[in-house]
Design a protein around this ligand. Sequence first.
Ligand code: ATP
Length: 366
Amino acid sequence: MNIHIENLSKNFGATQVLRNIGLEIPDREFVSLLGPSGCGKTTLLRILAGFEDPSEGQVLFDGKPVSSPGHSVPPEKRNISMVFQSFALWPHLTVREHLEFPLRHHRFVAEEIRGNSKRHIEETLEIVGLSRLAGRYPAQLSGGQRQRVALARAMVTRPAVMLMDEPLSALDAGLRIAMREEIQRIHRICGCTVLYVTHDQSEALAMSDRVLIMNNGIIEQNGNSADIYYRPATPFVARFVSGSNLLAGEWHGEAFCFGSQDRYRWIVPDVQDAIKREGLCPLRPDQLVFTSDPGELPGVIQNVQFQGRENHYTIGTALGALRMHIPGADRCEVGRQVFLALRDKAESAGAPADSAIPCAQVSLSI
Ligand code: ATP
């Protein structure tokens, strides 16, 4: 199902939570809505589900209006399913009964599915790996198994749209990653449009055809994962999605000049004009390296965290603290003095490999 959102705003009393949102979500696309807590993600999802009316604007499903101020088609009359963060299972129903219920009551279930509901339920249980647990009640399941029930219940009717509100956030880190693949598979099998709300950057980038970055009630960027990660449109997106450092300085084409009297000049391609206009340069932690070149930016290691395949550093510089991610297990200790360069520049100048970390006596003045 195609979703069209037009000039959508939502106020709660005097507070405007959504501001003039316009959006087109094509049929079968997997779209994530990513943003910090309180930016309006759930409110937008609830309007799409029919639980809230917009204050202004409208929503159309396949060209038909379903939400406008004071007039919203109720959730049960939309061909949608929802998956909640809290799972929202029914304690008195078994796993199998959780799937039987929507098949009996969802008004959009295809005749072919309704006529073969027993087989269809078995297939769905198989897809989510719950066949052996079909007779259990929610209290007899682990968190991951409960979430599978919630996903199975949402997909069993083969809805045109699945709306998911932070469906993995109650699970532990390992299970969250395993369930991502499950959700991608369910999306492929169902062939439905998915709108997936999360505040987890890696979850959104990993699974989606498209990611919408929300901040303070507006969509700051709408693009595929690579665009969002490598070509952030705003300083907020750069910081929120990849944890980029934001350096202040002056742009001359692709050359970013910073430090006193523009002492440093780094060539940084692919930075969007909106960020350049603010005199900022976003640098992801993986774009910086240590170098032995004393003409580069000096700093002192303030903190280091071992992360297995890489170390995460915080470096104190005259420009403020900068974050760096350096591949390799070797690590430099807190208090060491270092020089920082841009990764590409350092590598093309034949800088040492990342695991060999040159340290030097430096002065922090620039
Ligand atoms: P989170 O990631 O924490 O769930 P979110 O991005 O989903 O956040 P929303 O739940 O959409 O954010 O809430 C956006 C803002 O609207 C918040 O400031 C919230 O307090 C406010 N809000 C949400 N629902 C209501 C309501 N029914 N009445 C008043 N304010 C509300």
